[in-house]
Design a protein around this ligand. Structure first.
Ligand SMILES: [Ca+2]
Ligand SMILES: [Ca+2]
Length: 372
């Protein structure tokens, strides 16, 4: 009996300890992200995801009566944040707020979004911080939100004033459209020649959001990747247009030691542009063949049980990248050559006509003279 009492007490103690641990774990799980302090997150040049508590890809749910805060830091004063939000929040009590700054006194990029959207909403900050607030009320839970973020800046340099030469090294360096991650300007032509002293050039397109047309002809805005240092050489050229999220991130390896990237925007409608990494690939074997690959592997996000970050990059739908043998990269040169050639033909033709008329005139005068 005494043994039974001792065992019973031990079982009770174990149960009580288990309950305390359970409560403690859940309190820590919630308090680490909500209600107590702002969670600090540092972004980098890789796509990462912030998801609300309980969010799972295609399901899950948050809990009632939450107030959650996150502060994302791009990591340096010259970096800004590019954000993509998808959400499923029950209106009107559950909302997400996004601020362009380090707290709620900053300008709101979104001042209380709710409802459902699987199409990502774009935001970019004007400085290094973004502040995120999620609130939920006492009833009705939905999936929550997923916020993908990336630290970036304008890496376009002087490529829009003249062809800029960039040297690829062993480390990842970056090239972007002008004003990235903000909207690119209208009526802009930019060109960058990327060279490698030790091998081939690897391009890794991280992000692409370019005004397209339907059906996709890339007749509005676009960028080209030319394999080699001659932008007019159409062998192996890639052209990219289409808005996020249609373009699947892709990689491109030059067949030689250089590649030319050209960007064109027309006179209206501007979007976020592109961001790509480039580096030297010293181990590549130089061949004449174009080594272009497109990654179509879907990027998945795990289903965590609490608010977390994942290192998975953007979810994308399809690709509209295409090879063009007859693109208009060099259309401006061709037009000039055509006009010059046409003028020459016209001048030569006119001269021949004048000469023929003069000859005929003198022949007529000779014919008429004997009768005078
Ligand atoms: Ca609710
Ligand atoms: Ca445009």
């Amino acid at each position: 009996m005494e043994q039974f009492g001792r065992d019973f007490s031990r079982s009770q103690l174990k149960l009580l300890f288990g309950i305390l641990v359970y409560i403690q774990v859940n309190i820590e799980s919630i308090s680490s992200t909500c209600d107590v302090t702002t969670r600090e997150i540092t972004a980098d040049s890789n796509w990462r995801s912030l998801i609300s508590t309980g969010y799972q890809e295609g399901g899950g749910s948050y809990i009632n009566n939450m107030n959650c805060w996150w502060r994302i830091d791009a990591g340096a004063d010259d970096l800004k944040l590019l954000l993509f939000l998808t959400y499923d929040l029950a209106c009107p009590g559950d909302k997400i707020y996004i601020y362009d700054g380090s707290d709620t006194t900053s300008t709101a990029l979104d001042n209380g979004k709710c409802g459902t959207s699987n199409t990502p909403t774009h935001y970019s900050t004007s400085q290094r911080h973004a502040y995120i607030l999620m609130v939920t009320d006492a009833s009705i839970q939905r999936a929550g939100f997923k916020l993908e973020y990336l630290a970036a800046k304008d890496y376009s340099g002087n490529g829009c004033s003249s062809t800029q030469t960039l040297v690829a090294g062993d480390d990842n360096r970056f090239l972007s459209s002008p004003n990235f991650p903000g909207l690119y300007p209208n009526s802009r032509t930019c060109r960058w020649l990327i060279t490698s002293a030790t091998g081939n050039v690897d391009l890794d397109v991280v992000f692409s959001d370019i005004e397209d047309d339907l059906p996709t002809q890339c007749s509005y805005d676009k960028y080209f990747i030319n394999d080699g240092n001659d932008r007019c050489d159409m062998n192996g050229v890639k052209t990219v247009c289409s808005q996020y999220p249609k373009v699947t991130p892709f990689t491109f390896t030059s067949s030689g030691s250089s590649v030319v990237v050209s960007f064109f925007s027309d006179s209206n409608v501007n979007r976020r542009g592109f961001l790509m990494k480039y580096k030297s690939n010293a181990t590549e074997t130089t061949t004449a063949a174009t080594q272009t690959t497109e990654s179509s592997t879907p990027q998945t996000t795990t289903a965590p049980t609490q608010t977390t970050e994942s290192s998975t990059p953007q979810t994308t739908a399809s690709t509209t990248i295409k090879s063009l043998k007859d693109s208009n990269t060099c259309m401006d040169v061709r037009i000039v050559i055509g006009i010059v050639f046409g003028c020459l033909v016209l001048v030569i033709f006119s001269c021949i006509l004048v000469v023929l008329m003069v000859i005929r005139f003198y022949n007529l005068r000779k014919t008429v003279k004997p009768n005078e």
